[in-house]
Design a protein around this ligand. Structure first.
Ligand SMILES: NC(=O)c1ccc[n+]([C@@H]2O[C@H](COP(=O)([O-])OP(=O)(O)OC[C@H]3O[C@@H](n4cnc5c(N)ncnc54)[C@H](OP(=O)(O)O)[C@@H]3O)[C@@H](O)[C@H]2O)c1
Length: 201
């Protein structure tokens, strides 16, 4: 599977590395692919312009600052049409945390998913905390579930589906819980939210 990872920072690079190891072809789309900070990705030929990343991709991961997404979509919406788009961005300066409504309005025939937004990137890099697998709560287009759940599983996380896009406030609420615990209550960033369920045998 070909994946355009837009933004090669904490989230983009962490998830891109995991998916690459799982056999996906990763194109890191960045503004300046020649920049020295991408030397490690230049060697493997994985870093390119944003357009070159989007064009061949089946899946697009948005991993740029939340307030940069509007400008990004204005420039690249045509190249995003028809793809499965995962919005991992968080608007931390107010307004909706996610960019799904704008993505829905500005792109065509896309499958939209809200995932990889609720926990710190360290938990994606090492998805086991105190011996327990980290759960990833997500929502989005039901037709996107098989690919999304494979990508979540490839990272080493357990997918927990909360429903279609209308459930995005639930997903973003979990992000706010994580933020409150880590940034206000002094817990560490190696903190996950876990669903525990008794299943009748
Ligand atoms: N950090 C976390 O633990 C975490 C967890 C969940 C969700 N998120 C969300 O994920 C997103 C990325 O976070 P991060 O921690 O990975 O950030 P980061 O390490 O700062 O990386 C951000 C990346 O976005 C690129 N970028 C910035 N502005 C851009 C623009 N206008 N157009 C295209 N690319 C642009 C940067 O490229 P340059 O290097 O060229 O500036 C950089 O590669 C944010 O929305 C954040 O809220 C973060």
């Amino acid at each position: 599977m070909k994946i355009a990872v837009i933004g090669a920072g904490n989230i983009g690079h962490t998830l891109g590395q995991k998916w690459s190891k799982a056999g996906c072809t990763i194109y890191y789309g960045v503004r300046d692919p020649e920049h020295g900070k991408f030397a490690h990705l230049q060697e493997s030929g994985q870093v390119c312009t944003i357009l070159d990343a989007l064009t061949p991709a089946r899946v697009v991961l948005l991993a740029i600052p939340g307030d940069a997404v509007t400008g990004f979509v204005e420039e690249y919406s045509e190249s995003m049409n028809g793809k499965l788009i995962i919005d991992a961005t968080n608007n931390i300066h107010g307004g909706p945390m996610n960019n799904l409504e704008m993505l829905f309005e500005k792109t065509a025939n896309t499958q939209l998913v809200r995932a990889f937004s609720t926990l710190g990137w360290e938990n994606f890099e090492n998805p086991v905390v105190n011996g327990q697998q980290v759960d990833l709560f997500y929502c989005g287009h039901s037709g996107a579930r098989p690919i999304t759940e494979k990508l979540i599983t490839d990272v080493g996380l357990r997918p927990v589906y909360l429903g279609p896009l209308e459930k995005v406030d639930l997903v973003d609420g979990l992000t706010k819980v994580w933020f409150a615990l880590v940034f206000e209550q002094g817990h560490t960033r190696r903190l996950m939210l876990k669903m525990v369920e008794e299943v009748a045998s």
